[in-house]
Design a binder for this molecule. Sequence first.
Ligand code: SF4
Length: 323
Amino acid sequence: MTGIRQKMLYSKCCLCPRRCGVDRTAGQCGFCRADAAVRCARAALHYWEEPCISAGSDPEVQEIKQGSGAVFFTGCNLGCVFCQNYGISHGIPGGVALGAADLADIFFSLKDQHAYNINLVTPDIHIPVLAEAIALAKERGIGLPFIWNSSAYVTVEALRILDGLVDVYLPDLKFISERKAARYLRAADYPQAARAAIAEMVRQAGRCVFDAEGMIQKGVIVRHLLMPGGLLEAKMIVKELHENYGDRIWLSLMNQYTPLTEHLQGYPELQRPVTEREYTELIEYALDLGITQAYMQEGGTAKESFIPAFDGTGVKRRDGDPE
Ligand code: SF4
C-alpha cells in the first residue's frame, strides 16, 4: 500500500463502523483515541491463548520457552465497560509510536524469541500501517503465520486491505443483542458489523489448517466470552455460528471473564465471574449441537494474572528513540 493511499484512509477515517471522518494525519482522534501513529504497549511472548496459538499455558514446563508473539496496540474503537485491557484501550493514547519498518523489526525479534506466530492484538484501527508491516515482514521471509486478534468491529472494506496478508483471523463475537451491545460496548451496530466482518474473514482465510505440532497456520477461530447472566445469548451465538459456518471455523468458548469492579459502577449485573454451572451448560449445549471443533477452558481461569504488564516490553523504534 502506498503512502498516499494510507494517508487517504487516515485523513477521513472510516476504517470502522463508527465512520468518525476525522483527519488522523492531522493529529485528530475519533472514538478510538488514536491518531495516525501506531502505538504499541507491549511485544512479547504470550502463553494464554488457545493451545493451537500459544501451545499451553505453563511456560515453565516447556524446554524452550515458546509462545505466541503478541503485539498489543493502544486505543480501541469499542467502549467495553468490562474491558480487561483498560490501561491501553481507554484514556489518552500511550505507547511507543511506530512505523511499518519498526513493526517488521519487532516481528522478527519475536521470531528470534521462538514465537510460533505473530499475534496482533486489537489491530483494527491501524489496518493501513499494519498491512504494510505484514507485507514487509513477509517479503523479508519471516515465515510465521500472522494472527489478527480482533473485536470484529471493523468494516468489510477495511478488512479487504488485509486479503492475502493475514493467515489466521481470531475475532470475537461478543453480543448479538443490539441492546446489550449498546449498553456494554457503546456500539448498538456491533452485531450487524461483527457478523459481516466474520463472513469476510472466513471468505479470506478459509478452513483451518494446522501443522504437525497442532499449531494453526491459517483459518478462523471465533471467540465468545461467556458473560455473567449471558448464557442464553451465548447459546444463540454458538448455534448461529454453527449453522452458518459448520466445520469451516473453530470456536473458542471462554469463561475467563474478570470483573474489574472499579470500572463497573452502574453495571451491578457484571460484577461477578461466571459460574461453573453456567459455563458447563454452555459446553453441554455446544456438544449437543454436534460441535466438535471448539476450544474450552478449564474452571477457575478468571484471574487478573492473565492480564500482562503494558509497560513497553519489547517495543523500540529503529532510531532507538522511544517517542
Ligand atoms: S478507526 Fe477510530 S477514528 Fe476511524 S472510524 Fe473507527 S473509531 Fe473513528
